[in-house]
Design a protein around this ligand. Sequence first.
Ligand code: ZN
Ligand code: ZN
Length: 89
Amino acid sequence: MTEAYRETLVKSTRKKYLCAGCGTTVQQGDSCYSVFCIYDGEVCSYRLHTFCRDHLDKCESCKETDELPDLNDCDDWQAERKLRQEVQP
Ligand SMILES: [Zn+2]
Ligand SMILES: [Zn+2]
């Protein structure tokens, strides 16, 4: 059970991070969410791509699990990533 959850939008990261949702790099200078939470009494903090966080917010199958799901397992997220790659050069 999640006892506390706080997230902050970082407009430009000062260094590289790994996204806790999809496991790929958040590049330096990219925007991302910095998340702090207490889950079953354990403090955790991690970074999420803005698009990964937005996906978690709206995806019904990802919301089913209380813990952070592996986004690579989500078909909808995969489809979104594909779309993004086609838009970005
Ligand atoms: Zn991500
Ligand atoms: Zn999903």
